[in-house]
Design a binder for this molecule. Structure first.
Ligand SMILES: [Zn+2]
Length: 137
């Protein structure tokens, strides 16, 4: 399955209620799941985009940001439907991870085999008291 050639850029995405709409001017790349304390609760697969490849089309007023720990990463979600659309990474602030489940035309069976990255290993906390509580935060 060649995902790259299946979806045309700009890729269009939106939250569940449709208030937040965005476009990605790039192909899907670097798909990953993360096992950090936040991502494991959300459970979605992310594609990687540069900040300037992400364009918010509508829904500015509905976007909320969740932050914790170092408060560097920004986890965006819709305050109406609660769906996490994207986040600005702590480890690479010039990138967003974007929830592929929000993308128009995306088939979830394309990502059955995506492995978990060890988000917990990038923790800023002392490993000796590691409780998998931080990564992108
Ligand atoms: Zn929404």
């Amino acid at each position: 399955m060649d995902i790259q050639n299946t979806l045309k850029t700009p890729l269009k995405g939106k939250c569940h209620c449709g208030q937040i709409e965005f476009e990605l001017s790039c192909n899907l790349t670097d798909l990953k799941r993360c096992n950090c304390s936040h991502c494991r609760r959300k459970g979605f697969v992310m594609t990687t985009v540069k900040l300037n490849e992400f364009k918010l089309v509508s829904g500015d007023k509905f976007l909320k940001i969740y932050q914790w720990n170092t408060k560097i990463a920004k986890h965006y979600f819709c305050k109406n439907c609660g769906v996490n659309t994207h986040h600005q990474r702590r480890s690479k602030p010039d990138e967003y991870g974007v929830n592929v489940g929000c993308l128009e035309g995306f088939k979830m069976n394309w990502i059955e085999n995506i492995k978990y990255t060890e988000g917990t290993k990038f923790s800023l906390e002392d490993k000796s008291k590691m409780d998998a509580s931080v990564f992108e935060g």
